[in-house]
Design a protein around this ligand. Structure first.
Ligand code: SAM
Length: 191
């Protein structure tokens, strides 16, 4: 727990702006149930200069729930970094889970170059089966006025705004925006 507390104190990650609530959720709900290999990976990642890129453990808890809800066996992930979300997926799906075959994936997670989200979405609409779920990790900077957005995030902000517009108009998916981690958009393929 000492290590966990240390990590939390350094980075109150994501959209949840109350540090106290963030710590409370982590210490009372997320960490006690986090599998040991994920804990170890998180501790190692905490020393990485870009550790902020790793999926937040409380967003990971939501993903574990989604994987179970869709009974995911075939999954795909775009954007791996040190692999917290990928390891979480591998630990959650059954041992005969696979990564192949168009039209048959149960679950996808996209946390890569945000400017390509729509390209990934078009491909995933072919790869996912009807009823399958895709989770996009989206950066919260989208809500900042453009003039207050740091230069390096401007293209991401613009691409995310366009992506959100396209998603709303996409009849193939049911969608929900969740303020977990950096913010996630959950899409369920409905046809
Ligand atoms: C935010 S991190 C992913 C964090 C990961 N979910 C985790 O829990 O560790 C984004 C990753 O996407 C990778 N990436 C960026 N553009 C990509 C692309 N076009 N194709 C594949 N990966 C890409 C980056 O190198 C980085 O490792």
């Amino acid at each position: 727990m000492e290590n966990n507390t240390k990590t939390t104190a350094i980075v109150a990650k994501g959209l949840l702006q109350s540090k106290e609530l963030y710590r409370h959720v982590l210490e009372t709900s997320v960490y006690p149930r986090e599998p040991e290999p994920l804990k170890e990976l998180r501790d190692v990642t905490a020393g990485h200069p870009m550790s902020v890129m790793g999926t937040a453990p409380y967003a990971g808890q939501l993903m574990t729930m989604l994987l179970k809800l869709v009974d995911a066996k075939k999954t795909i992930e775009v954007g791996v970094f040190t692999g917290y979300s990928l390891l979480l997926t591998a630990l959650t799906i059954p041992e005969d889970g696979k990564k192949e075959n168009e039209g048959s994936f149960d679950y996808a997670f996209v946390d890569a170059d945000k400017v390509n989200c729509w390209n990934y979405h078009e491909r995933l609409m072919k790869l996912l089966k009807v009823g399958g779920v895709v989770v996009y990790e989206i950066v919260g900077t989208v809500v900042m006025p453009e003039e207050q957005t740091p230069e390096i995030f401007k293209s991401i902000r613009q691409a995310t705004l366009e992506f959100n517009k396209l998603l709303v108009g996409d009849p193939r998916v049911q969608l929900s925006h969740v303020s977990s981690g950096d913010g996630v958009t959950i899409c369920r393929r409905i046809y």
